[in-house]
Design a protein around this ligand. Structure first.
Ligand code: C2G
Length: 129
């Protein structure tokens, strides 16, 4: 079984996220999503989520490409996650290009193109018009 992992906040969930998850799943048979906790988002990413961790987890678990959702609690857990979950491929959007190349000695590292023209920031701005 080929295992894939990706990380993110996924709030507000949109088709750019779905595109990423759909393409990430193609690299294996089992896709793990490490979902940023509310605390991690607030303290480290300075993001205030609209949906709570549990609500975002519920949404992700309903997506056919996702097999497991685990909490992302800090920036440093990626290597231990790769080892603990026997990950073959680490996937992120290319806005993170190069940032996780240190994992290359432990697994494949793939950066996928972001879906243009959609972001949570854009959604919030459009809703205020
Ligand atoms: N994404 C995408 N296209 C978009 C928006 C997002 O492909 N239009 C991808 C991002 O590149 C990322 C994933 O969807 O791979 C999740 O995006 P975010 O929830 O914004 O995640 P981020 O805040 O980048 O957190 O430790 C890594 C971080 O947790 C990543």
């Amino acid at each position: 079984m080929k295992r894939v992992i990706t990380y993110g906040t996924f709030d507000l969930l949109h088709y750019g996220h779905i595109n990423l998850l759909q393409r990430a799943k193609k690299y294996g048979d089992y896709l793990i999503v490490a979902l940023s906790t509310d605390e991690f988002n607030w303290n480290e990413k300075h993001k205030k989520c609209y949906f709570s961790y549990e609500e975002r987890k519920h949404l992700l678990e309903a997506i056919r490409y996702v097999d497991l959702v685990i909490p992302e609690e800090n920036w440093e857990q990626k290597l231990s996650d790769v080892k603990e979950y026997h990950v073959d491929t680490f996937v992120m959007g290319d806005d993170w290009e190069g940032k996780f190349d240190f994992l290359k000695e432990f697994c494949d590292v793939v950066y996928l193109t972001r879906t243009p023209e959609i972001s949570t920031t854009q959604i919030k701005q459009d809703l205020q018009k």
